[in-house]
Design a protein around this ligand. Structure first.
Ligand code: FAD
Length: 388
């Protein structure tokens, strides 16, 4: 006997219901704005709770103004991390060049600060949980886009229809796959892989300092805070490596294959690599799509236009993208197609500029591939022409 699909709850479109997939920076910011626009918002998140962890995110440029418009800027500033110094090291731990904390401080002409990703998530969810339905351990199985709404089938088999659906589910977006097809068609490989682990030790470097040590094709990066340290190890490869995303032992072996035998603080960093499976390992990539919407489905943040970790703009971009989408919807009212077109037209030049800069300069600066890129980086350090 074939299983009958659940009946669709048909009241949702009439009530202006929208669905946000992904409860991270893009998803929670999108949920905030959709509530402001008067929609009835449901947020679903595949994980059992907010997915915490990771390195701090930078808030800068337009994102600062957006956070102010959201009434969150004081809460965010209160959690901002102190200005950070950045040192480029050689194998003897001598400093080849440094970028001062002042350039990255909140006294700089363009306000810019770092905040722990978890702190920003807490600020966003505190607001969104008051106004939106937030469902954890939930994912979309199927999207059926029609002229009057999108019928969504969830992974538990239940079905509801929505006026609009927003895919805010990150670099490997499920919504993107369902609405636009294979992820690989939009993933732009930037020529490397990175491992990140946050450890509760402060012995590796001073607080409020970042240090990076690079040899051709391999970089070891530390971010120091007063109570924890980010350990990052990145290596370059020309082509993508075929590996099992779930096999942590294999990923650890890949890190060892590239970093065993290196000097500086690498041996101490590798001890943390071996400690447990709590780490983040992925390719360095961007998401480049010709359009960010299809019918009544639109993508926000990494799902549509991941700029890569080397851009240092992923968090800001998610906050900016959500606000730009909301501004466009506010201007065009029920004409979602015109709103999505405007969102795309106006945001795209900025996204492309950030992606281009990350691909052309970010990789060579943070993860130089060869001696020539290291020499060029050192030349810029001595001239003082590096812009982080
Ligand atoms: C746990 C974690 C750690 C991170 N650490 C770093 C880091 O150290 N350095 C760095 O540069 N970037 C990191 N990132 C990425 C960074 O948060 C994003 O680049 C940026 O903030 C843009 O946010 P986003 O909301 O678009 O995407 P993300 O922050 O990636 O959020 C996507 C959300 O969608 C959820 N999701 C995924 N699939 C589904 C699904 N099928 N259904 C529903 N929800 C789904 C995810 O669980 C996640 O909560 C991390 C992301 C996560 C989730």
């Amino acid at each position: 006997m074939t299983e009958q699909p659940c009946p669709v709850e048909r009241s949702a479109v009439a009530a202006g219901a929208v669905l946000v997939s992904g409860a991270s920076l893009a998803g929670l910011a999108t949920a905030y704005w959709m509530n402001e626009l008067g929609y009835r918002v449901t947020v679903i998140e595949v994980a059992g709770g907010l997915r915490k962890g990771g390195t701090p995110v930078d808030m800068e440029g337009e994102a600062i103004g957006v956070l102010a418009r959201m009434g969150m800027i004081d809460a965010v500033r209160a959690k901002a991390l102190p200005p950070r110094g950045f040192e480029f090291k050689d194998a003897d731990d001598s400093t080849i060049g440094a970028l001062g904390g002042d350039g990255l401080s909140d006294n700089a002409p363009n306000e810019r600060f770092e905040i722990h990703r978890d702190d920003l998530l807490d600020i966003l969810i505190a607001s969104v949980a008051r106004t939106a339905e937030v469902l954890f351990s939930r994912s979309i199985r199927q999207l059926e886009d029609g002229p009057d709404g999108v019928v969504v089938t969830f992974d538990d088999g239940s079905r509801r229809d929505y006026a609009l659906v927003f895919g805010c589910d990150g670099n490997r977006s499920n919504t993107r796959r369902l609405a636009f097809g294979s992820s690989e068609d939009f993933s732009y490989f930037m020529g490397g892989y990175f491992f990140i682990k946050v450890v509760p030790t402060t012995a590796l470097l001073p607080a409020n300092m970042s240090q990076i040590f690079s040899v051709p094709g391999r970089s070891a990066l530390l971010n120091g805070y007063d109570n924890q340290t980010d350990i990052a190890l990145a290596f370059r490869t020309e082509r993508e490596i075929d590996y099992d995303h779930r096999d942590r032992a294999q990923q650890r072996r890949m890190v060892h294959d590239h970093f065993d035998g290196l000097g500086w603080k690498v041996p101490a960093m590798l001890e943390h690599v071996d400690a447990d499976d709590e780490f983040y390992f992925d390719k360095v990539n961007q998401i480049r799509m010709p359009v960010w919407s299809k019918g009544r489905v639109a993508l926000v943040g990494d799902a549509g236009y991941c700029v890569s970790p080397v851009a240092g703009m992923g968090g800001s971009m998610a906050i900016i993208g959500a606000a730009r989408l909301a501004d466009a919807l506010q201007r065009h009212g029920v004409d979602h197609a015109a709103a999505f077109q405007e969102y795309d037209d106006k945001l795209r030049p900025f996204v492309e500029e950030v992606q281009e800069k990350a691909a052309r300069f970010g990789m060579a600066l943070m993860f130089p591939a060869d001696d020539a890129e290291i020499a060029e980086r050192n030349r810029k350090l001595h001239e003082g022409t590096i812009d982080l």
